[in-house]
Design a protein around this ligand. Sequence first.
Ligand code: CTP
Ligand code: CA
Length: 225
Amino acid sequence: LARGDLAQDLAGRHVVVSAGGTREPLDPVRFLGNRSSGKQGYALARCAAARGARVTLVAANAALPDPAGVDVVPVGTAVQLREAVLKAAADADAVVMAAAVADFRPETYAAGKIKKKDGEEPAPIALVRNPDILAEIAGERPRPGQVIVGFAAETDAVLANGRAKLARKGCDLLVVNEVGERKTFGAEENEAVVLGADGSETPVPHGPKEALADTVWDLVARRLV
Ligand code: CTP
Ligand code: CA
């Protein structure tokens, strides 16, 4: 099917997608971050809009153009992403957490630029845990019947780790990618398996991120009440 022929199967639905990667600041000029490009999340937002959904895209540091017809909420840190996702999720039919959320943030933020001192070794950076947004949303289900989707990048024991993570997070679907040296980060294409809490396993062959996005929305649409 060409894009224009796609059924408007998400018409009247509100979906929330998080994308990109959070940045956890150390001082005004430095942060701890990750390599997520945001491309998969943006593809999810574009595809949902094309299928008729009202889309809120919570975008963490993605250097990508705003998709047409999508409500983009820019955020920086995991704490800001949590706030924006929870707010948008209140009346959402589905939440897809494609963002790479930093597991830890620096314990302290230096209001001024951290300076080195002659002859002194650097101090270690103390970290604290960030909130687990996916587990929180899946646990609370701000709206009954909501479909919650997570993403996981794994380097080994991909399916076993994915199954365990799906159960731990309590989400309905988990999109599992195998990552490695040259795989996935910043690429235009993706390959994944979508695991369902119902035991289902949907392989998505190597292809454009839009194809994976449409498979995710197919699986979500089927679960909407
Ligand atoms: N996630 C989240 N909040 C966090 C960390 C992750 O909402 N603090 C979400 C991600 O957006 C993703 C899913 O949880 O949809 C899985 O992320 P992942 O990093 O694979 O899971 P973790 O539980 O952090 O496990 P790991 O120790 O393997 O990093
Ligand atoms: Ca993590």
